[in-house]
Design a protein around this ligand. Structure first.
Ligand SMILES: [N-]=[N+]=N[C@]1([C@H](N)O)O[C@H](CO)[C@@H](O)[C@H](O)[C@H]1O
Length: 807
């Protein structure tokens, strides 16, 4: 079945199209084709079906003079695209049949595609989910980012230690992009600003060219397609032949190498301020290119820049593109002769900013001298913006302070709206990081709780459950996810519960086969798959999960005849290469896992698995197979989380704290259907005031004390006894994330989970209930909220005149 808007394509026709591309695009005939050839031919054949809706969407937006959304993000954690496009075009079954008729296996061909890993974690994946929802809702939009040559590093374990190697997604041709050599912009750096005839004129020292690569993003049923425009850096001058002829080959290729450095690699830090000059240049590079591009488009459609806010809604994904405020002011003042106050108000009318974290180390602050050296014109403009802000709201909050340029404050002052990413987080943003600005600009901070696209995170990654849902409530849910509520009526239908269990079992069997094939690891699909997959960070408390695992190991060995619920503890996640403690935690999980997995006393009852190189594609295999979702961050620290939503949607109940979007998930599924533990955000703040709170917590918990002593004394590092002494001492002396204080509550709640899981039918009912009640966490709902409350844009779909209400 193909979508109503794409021409019906039979498997036979589609097979012919694949063969055509094999011949003319890959220059191969079927008998000599490699997996790469088949994968590319399939991708190109699918891409052919996206081009018409893409052109149509662009044409209709142009004709309607509709308002466009511009989503500026340093990260787009896309993953693979074949299945996403096939599913959105309703071509997945046709594609599978076509390949089969050509003697190929769809799953095998799909798995050959490298992930586009242009992001670190939640922030980057959210941007990718948002692009899918913008197209599905028919909202005209561009995503703007950087076409990194190397995405997030590849993670390997060397004796349990994380080692990083460069990611190489572009070593092979990227099938989904269209190069736009005609779309390029000069990006200026350094130099000085001179006052000439009363005007500030920037004389840059360095110029790099930003060149565009476009990827169409098609929505559900192919009704609309937007553009993801990624910028690559190129030198502004040709190859230096003279140096080459002189034999100075380095000098000859230096301009190219230097320029390309800007889009060479993604900085691997998640929720940490990078603070490096190259990072600032990356942020300005893509932001300036994007603003120059959208202003050119607006003017080419006959627009008057004074009305720019009526046609352009720019969303800043965190502070990484916060330079957009001064840059748009520069473009309006220096290139279009706006007065400073008009330039500032016009720019603010276009800009909105999303805050994704409260962690102080993540708030970007650039040394003023570095900033002024790299962006001398913007340094001046920020002083003008700050002066206007002082005039409007007083001088409580400065943008430039203590020799630093604070990008959060700059983004806030230059935005008409600022939003947090969960209800709890948005309140904490008002009470903490932006408390003064909230006072000065009441009503500017709003909430837009995150969401996930159900097309990738249920329809595509979980066929067994998808089919069950289709059979039970029909097929309208993929772009109207709250329709899943219809499953509530089936929770007490034994046949439905049987099928739900069967779907989970199929996914668990698939995961165990995947682990066996990939890593030679055998897991028992009948055991509870207890999964924590996310970036490694102390506030996410993978360490507490490991401590509980060791405590359970002790408990089982102490009570070998106890009625233990077999568990497989599955961890997945990368640590930023420079994050020493996080890398220690990874090593400890692997070291402890090796000892526990080798212990005959607990074999079959407890196992630790940590597959290398967690990424989007791995999440798509792990999440459908999960029984228990670990969302155990210190309350007040995880702004939202989005993995929590994916697990619940795929029928995995949550053990978690009242943090981020966990709070709203618990509200949706019901408190009795959520395994809650731990201190609340307010209690965390109070506990931190108590002296020696960690030591007291450990003294009060012999179970925890025993585990810490085992780790400190080298039980899991016999060849290097003191390997974890520092890590354990750290818990005793400055357990900032209250692992020690929440441990007992966490351990006890895990035992409640054991008992609940032992009753298979009621557990399956609980799992199905989660799926039924988390439809609200669709990124379609999130984007509808942004469209209504922040962007004031309308969908182009229903009536074709851009006035369908997307609320
Ligand atoms: N940066 N950043 N922030 C995060 C994630 N680490 O990427 O953004 C994500 C997307 O908003 C949040 O879900 C998550 O809680 C938050 O920590």
């Amino acid at each position: 079945m193909s979508s109503p808007n794409t021409p019906p394509v039979s498997a036979q026709d589609f097979a012919a199209s694949i063969l055509q591309h094999l011949k003319t695009s890959l220059g191969k005939d079927a008998p000599h084709a490699s997996l790469y050839d088949w994968r590319m031919s399939l991708s190109l054949a699918l891409r052919d079906l996206v081009v018409d809706p893409w052109f149509e969407s662009t044409r209709r937006t142009y004709e309607a003079r509709g308002k466009r959304v511009y989503y500026l993000s340093m990260e787009f954690l896309i993953g693979r695209l074949i299945e996403d496009v096939a599913v959105n075009l309703q071509m997945d079954e046709v594609a599978s049949e076509a390949l089969e008729s050509l003697g190929q296996t769809y799953e095998k061909v799909v798995a050959d595609e490298p992930d586009a890993a242009l992001g670190n974690g939640g922030l980057g994946r959210l941007a990718a989910c948002f692009m899918d929802s913008l197209s599905t809702l028919g909202i005209p939009a561009y995503g703007y980012g950087i076409r990194y040559e190397h995405g997030l590093f590849e993670q390997h374990f060397d004796k349990g230690v994380q080692v990083e190697t460069a990611e190489t997604w572009l070593e092979q041709r990227h099938a989904w992009e269209f190069e736009r050599p005609e779309v390029n912009y000069p990006i200026l750096f350094g130099g000085h600003v001179a006052d000439e005839d009363g005007k500030a004129v920037w004389h840059p020292e360095e110029t790099v060219i930003a060149s565009a690569f476009d990827t169409p993003v098609v929505g559900w049923e192919g009704r609309w397609a937007n553009t993801l425009r990624l910028w690559a850096a190129k030198p502004d001058r040709n190859f230096d032949l003279e140096s080459f002829n002189r034999g100075d080959y380095i000098a000859a290729s230096a301009p190219e190498a230097l320029a390309r450095t800007i889009s060479r690699v993604l900085y691997p830090d998640d929720t940490t301020d990078v603070g490096k000059e190259l990072r600032l240049k990356q942020e300005y590079f893509f932001t300036s290119a994007s603003l120059q591009d959208l202003v050119r488009r607006f003017l080419s459609e006959g627009g008057d820049l004074k009305s720019l806010p009526d046609y352009v809604a720019i969303q800043l994904n965190d502070t990484h593109p916060a330079i957009a405020g001064p840059e748009l002011v520069r473009i309006l003042m220096d290139l279009h002769s706006f007065e400073v106050s008009d330039a500032i108000s016009t720019a603010r009318g276009c800009l909105a900013y999303t805050n994704h974290t409260l962690l102080p180390e993540a708030l970007e602050r650039w040394p003023e001298d570095l900033f002024a050296r790299v962006l001398p014109r913007h340094h001046r403009i920020i002083q003008l913006i700050e002066a206007a802000h002082f005039a409007e709201a007083g001088e409580q909050v400065r943008i430039i302070e203590h020799g630093e340029v604070k990008m959060g404050e700059l983004a806030f002052v230059m935005a008409h709206h600022v939003n947090g990413v969960s209800a709890l987080h948005s309140e904490l943003v008002k009470e903490t990081v932006f408390a003064d600005l909230h006072q000065a600009y009441p009503g500017r901070i709003v909430n837009q709780t995150n969401g996930i696209t159900p097309r990738r995170w249920l329809y595509a990654c979980n066929p067994p459950l998808r089919n069950l849902i289709n059979d039970t409530i029909g097929t309208a849910w993929p772009d109207d996810l709250e329709k899943l509520q219809g499953l509530n009526a089936h929770l007490d239908d034994p046949a439905f519960i049987d099928r739900f269990q069967a779907a989970k079992d199929t996914n668990k069997a698939r995961l165990s086969d995947w682990l066996k094939d990939r890593d030679g690891v055998s897991v028992d699909p009948a055991a509870m798959f207890d999964v924590q997959i996310k970036r490694i960070h102390e506030y996410k408390r993978q360490l507490m999960n490991l401590l509980e695992t060791v405590a359970l190991w002790n408990e089982i060995r102490d009570n070998p005849n106890g009625a233990w619920t077999p568990r497989v503890k599955i961890f997945g996640g990368k640590a930023a290469p420079g994050y020493v403690v996080a890398k220690e935690i990874i090593r400890l999980i692997n070291d402890a896992g090796a000892v526990i997995n080798g212990d005959p006393a607990t074999k079959g009852l407890l196992q630790v698995v940590y597959p290398e190189n967690y990424n989007v594609s791995m999440a798509e295999v792990l999440i459908p197979a999960t029984d228990l979702s670990e969302q155990i961050s210190t309350a007040g620290k995880e702004a939202s989380g989005t993995g929590n939503m994916k697990f619940a949607l795929n029928g995995a109940p949550t053990i978690g704290t009242l943090d981020g979007a966990n709070v709203e998930i618990r509200d949706c599924v019901g408190a009795e259907n959520f395994f809650l533990f731990g201190l609340t955000a307010a209690e965390v703040a109070a506990r931190r005031m108590e002296p020696d709170y960690a030591r007291h917590a450990i003294e009060a918990s012999p179970r925890l004390g025993r585990v810490l002593e085992q780790i400190r004394s080298g039980v899991f590092s016999p060849s290097d006894k003191d390997r974890y002494a520092g890590l354990v001492d750290g818990l005793f002396n400055h357990d900032y994330f209250l692992v020690t204080c929440d441990f007992d509550s966490y351990f006890d709640t895990q035992r409640v989970v054991d008992t609940a899981f032992a009753d298979a039918r009621s557990w399956t009912r609980l799992a199905a209930l989660n799926t039924a009640r988390v439809g609200w966490f669709s990124s379609d709902r999130t984007i509808s909220g942004y469209a209504r409350d922040i962007w004031n844009v309308r969908s182009m779909l229903a009536t074709g005149s851009g006035d369908r209400d997307v609320a």
